[in-house]
Design a protein around this ligand. Structure first.
Ligand code: ZN
Ligand code: ZN
Length: 124
């Protein structure tokens, strides 16, 4: 259950986390660039997760980050677009300056969403 408290415990020392593209291992995000977002109502969220299985209940299937240098369509001024890895062009997520919903129904605005299943999470 410890993952449930991650967002509430900024002061606690923990290993640095970086995210790499699963295919080409390029680093696409790090802990510092992650934008925490509020989960949807607890109850709903637990049910949802139970049905789909394996992972810890409090975790979203995606992360939201700040706009980053490798996000080419962001640099080019698009309002919403897919996000591809700069190295291997794998689709890693998408963004929308007007915001979007995560799988728990939380709105993130603006939203730069990366799918965790496309990333390798590394604890340094
Ligand atoms: Zn979420
Ligand atoms: Zn890649």
């Amino acid at each position: 259950m410890e993952a449930a408290n991650v967002m509430d415990s900024e002061a606690v020392q923990k290993p640095k986390v970086i995210y790499r593209c699963k295919k080409c291992r390029r680093i696409v995000a790090s802990e510092e660039s992650i934008v925490p977002h509020e989960r949807g109502k607890g109850e709903k969220c637990f049910k949802w997760r139970k049905r789909s299985g394996e992972k810890e209940p409090a975790q979203c299937s995606s992360i939201f980050v700040e706009p980053l240098m490798w996000m080419q369509p962001v640099q080019e001024g698009y309002v919403e677009e897919k996000l591809q890895c700069m190295g291997c062009k794998a689709r890693l997520g998408s963004f929308n300056w007007a915001g979007m919903q995560c799988n728990y129904g939380a709105w993130v605005n603006p939203a730069f969403q990366l799918h965790k299943n496309r990333l390798d999470e590394c604890h340094m």
